[in-house]
Design a protein around this ligand. Structure first.
Ligand SMILES: [Zn+2]
Length: 550
């Protein structure tokens, strides 16, 4: 595969990436048999709904291996005697049990097809347990090429973390690995050497020490994307803080390596401003009962729900990512980006990973709005977007094919996704309605799932106009509209090119400093102008390419 020439962010901010399992900037991924098994809600997956995952894993750090069992509680959606769960084929299954009886099963790539000895009737709650072990995939380039990072801290002590967006949680624990298959709650029990501390999502319920091992029991009491379930193991200490809202006090217990405690206790307070910004524009933080925390990790970071991981070096200007992604010296790029995903991605989740611009495009766009709000300046928001514009490549559509396990985490999903939102705001040309669209979309789909179509249904509801033509152009083709234009003494001529036949987007021109809205089509139209007029196509508000015709 071609190596892309600029930084791309996946679920975090940018890095050079290649050979991602889910496609790149230039080519949609092939549909492999495994992607069909994982991407599709076939009859053996749609027949049950997971309500609870109980994850128990013992970590053998020296051998980089895991040994565990996961109990899945589920509700049958119809009579069933066979179902599919997913576990990476390199991990071995010791046994699968149901009501203390061993079940037979077969494996096909990452799918595990389990046979029950009797029919489970529609509407029943049932559970089964998978005992497994093995050496889970290591991360080549986390978080972009995910897996386990087996690292050492500055003092040479073990420091371990996992990231698996795109690869899927099945690389380390068995689950129904479809983006819509969130358990209602998850318990994590991580067993590690007693001189280490294991951090999971949600709240710490218990620590049980026995011999030279300790088990850390964490609990998430909300629906959570499987890839957001995480484990971090190291010489962690808690950095305690609180978040006060409406006279309620919420705990924020961050976890960092012991030697960074003082630094983090000052630096991580900026996350509170980020939460306040997102609540103002996009509705309440959804996980107060699970808390909010930042966890220091040996890779850049990831939006693990209620357990946002952080590896940007505690520096607004000189952090790993801060250097390539400066944020006007007011916020850490990792803290705002990954915390924002608590709204875009964790609360409102794409209904298929091909619609993942809802996580990433909206996330990057929200950062522009943060600067607009912070500096009380629309122009700073536009400036931020302009710094990202040259990273757009327009090779493949932002949205690809559904049901194929296509995680559309290529760069255009981020930068172009943000620019498409910025453009739509300009087209709608009514900020009051625009901000209502964003906030209502996030509130109405909170703790739920949404597609590109769902977003534009909301847009139509609020504007009484059908903007699907806009979605078809910007999300379903890779083509940037070109405005071909030329001018004579008394006329400015313009037309669309490189657009779908139904593309009827209006556009603003700046004619001698005055905004004029025009409605280009595929045929040349003209606008009367005075001699020597300066006509600018407002490509800082609309993602279009002006092309001067001679
Ligand atoms: Zn992201």
């Amino acid at each position: 595969m071609k190596k892309i020439i600029f930084s791309v962010l996946i679920c975090t901010l940018l890095s050079c990436q290649e050979n991602r399992p889910h496609g790149n900037q230039y080519k949609l991924p092939d549909l492999t048999p495994n992607n069909l098994l994982i991407g599709n809600l076939n009859e053996y997956r749609s027949s049950y709904r997971v309500s609870f995952y109980d994850i128990n894993i013992d970590f053998d750090i020296e051998n980089k291996s895991i040994n565990g069992f996961v109990t899945i509680k589920a509700e049958s959606k119809r009579d069933l005697n066979k179902l599919q769960v997913d576990l990476a084929e390199n991990l071995s299954i010791k046994k699968i049990t149901h009501k203390n009886q061993e079940l037979s099963y077969s494996r096909e790539y990452d799918a595990v097809l389990i046979d029950f000895t009797s029919v489970i009737n529609k509407g029943s709650m049932f559970d089964f347990t998978i005992f497994y072990q093995g050496i889970p995939q290591s991360a080549d380039n986390p978080p972009w090429d995910g897996g386990f990072t087996w690292s050492k801290d500055k003092e040479g002590r073990d420091w371990i973390a996992v990231s698996c967006e795109g690869e899927g949680a099945r690389i380390w624990w068995p689950n129904k690995d479809h983006i819509t298959a969130e358990g209602d709650s998850v318990r994590m029990a991580y067993t590690v050497p007693s001189n280490m501390f294991a951090v999971g999502n949600g709240t710490l319920r218990n620590i049980i020490s026995e011999d030279d091992k300790s088990t850390y029991e964490w609990f998430v009491s909300n629906p959570i994307n499987n890839y957001n379930v995480s484990v971090q193991i190291g010489n962690y200490v808690a950095v305690q803080d609180t978040f006060i809202k409406n006279k309620s006090i919420h705990n924020m217990n961050h976890y960092v390596l012991d030697y960074n405690k003082e630094l983090a206790s000052n630096y991580f307070t900026q996350s509170k401003e980020v939460i306040r910004f997102y609540e103002k524009f996009f509705g309440n933080y959804q996980w107060y009962d699970d808390g909010y925390k930042l966890i220091e990790v040996p890779y850049l970071g990831m939006e693990h729900q209620s357990a946002v991981t952080y590896g940007n070096g505690f520096s607004i200007y000189n952090g790993v990512r801060s250097k390539s992604w400066p944020m006007y010296g007011v916020i850490d790029p990792l803290i705002i980006h990954e915390t924002g995903h608590e709204w875009f991605g964790n609360s409102v989740t794409a209904s298929d990973p091909t619609h993942i611009w809802i996580h990433e495009g909206l996330q990057v766009y929200s950062e522009a709005l943060y600067f607009e709000d912070k500096f009380d300046s629309y122009e700073v928001g536009v400036h931020y977007l302009n710094t990202l514009k040259n990273r757009i490549v327009n090779e493949i559509p932002i949205v690809g094919r559904e049901n194929e396990n296509h995680w559309a985490l290529h760069g255009d999903t981020y930068m172009k996704g943000a620019w498409v939102m910025h453009t739509l705001r300009s087209v709608i040309n009514n900020d009051e309605i625009w901000f209502q669209i964003l906030k209502e979309f996030m509130i109405e789909n909170a703790k739920g799932f949404a597609s590109t179509g769902d977003f534009f249904t909301k847009v139509a509801e609020k504007t009484n106009e059908d903007y699907w033509y806009f979605a078809e152009q910007y999300f379903y083709t890779p083509n940037q509209p070109k405005l071909e234009h030329y001018q004579t003494d008394h006329n400015f001529y313009f037309r669309w090119n490189n657009v779908n036949k139904n593309f009827i987007m209006p556009l603003d021109l700046l004619v001698n400093g005055k905004i004029v809205r025009v409605f280009p089509s595929a045929d040349y139209q003209s606008l009367k102008i005075s001699k020597h007029s300066q006509v600018e196509i407002m490509d800082w508000k609309f993602y279009v390419e002006p092309v001067l015709m001679n």
